[in-house]
Design a protein around this ligand. Sequence first.
Ligand code: ZN
Ligand code: ZN
Length: 352
Amino acid sequence: MENSMLAAVYKGTPEIELIETKIPEIRSNEVLLKVNAAGICGTDLRILKSGHRRIPDGARIVLGHEVSGEIAGVGSQVIWPKVGMRISVAPNMGCGYCGRCVQGFTQLCGNYFSFGVVIDGAFAQYMRIPSAAIEQGNLAEIAEHVTYEEAAMVEPLSCVFRGLMACRPQPSETVLIIGAGAIGLMFVQLAKMLGARVIVSSRNDERSQQSKRFGADLTFNPKEEDFHEAVFSATGGQGADIAIVAAPSSQAQTNAIEVLAHHGRVNFFGGLPQGNEITPVNANMVHYKELFITGTTGSSIREYRTALSLVDSGQVEVASLVTHRFPLGQIAEAFQVARSKEGIKTIVLPNY
Ligand SMILES: [Zn+2]
Ligand SMILES: [Zn+2]
């Protein structure tokens, strides 16, 4: 069929269905993106496993929110972008007029909508881009030297940037990063860039090696060493100034608080599975050490653009994080690999 495309649809079950469907039609104020790279994120895995608060029962949705591609069509009223432009896409749109939106936090809007969760996303050959995404600055043109795969990594990098800045890192502070997947490894790079000393806790020795390559000063495996002891001995008994929990683990959250220094800050960066959302916290430790507990989710457009410029300028290296690539027809295998934690980042290439 001439006007058809391949799309991977989530239907509320752990299996994604590959279908042939019509290429989305666009209105006069919308554009059509030909998807060239789409990253598989922990959020996608979590949706397949236990759904999402914004996806109602019975809904069918194309997942995928880490996306780059080429403009394949523009509506008659669209001034920018132009057909053929290479684009990376920030996934979250807001209503545009509430307090959080005007502050620039469209991703925290009460009526936010996002590609791959609320509207159809990137695991398809084409993606419809609504006018809000154009008007709110979600589309960014990428330079010739930035690959589509790198551009697809900008979204997770922007979330990492937001996550680290929320902890107000200072040069020479110690940052503990729990988990060394793609996210953890981006935290390592950014924390080093900001002058921190970086400790990584990972159960996966191969990933520990990777984190060293990105500049981690010290790594340890909590399966082999006592977590608390390892952090305190690495910090002269003081504890970490900042702890990032980049793993979906309640136990890791509890542990992170227990190894913070005075005025330490922790970011519960990874969401917990639905139904397992309660984490025990040593409240007296928070009290006597004057700790800060925060979490971050997504990123603002401004943070997205900063992340893009970090990739564009080569200050952050994301290309080598991509270890697996699959055509859309093999998306089931792609998810299998992402789930198995073999390698680091798995990318789907829908028009490969
Ligand atoms: Zn993501
Ligand atoms: Zn809003």
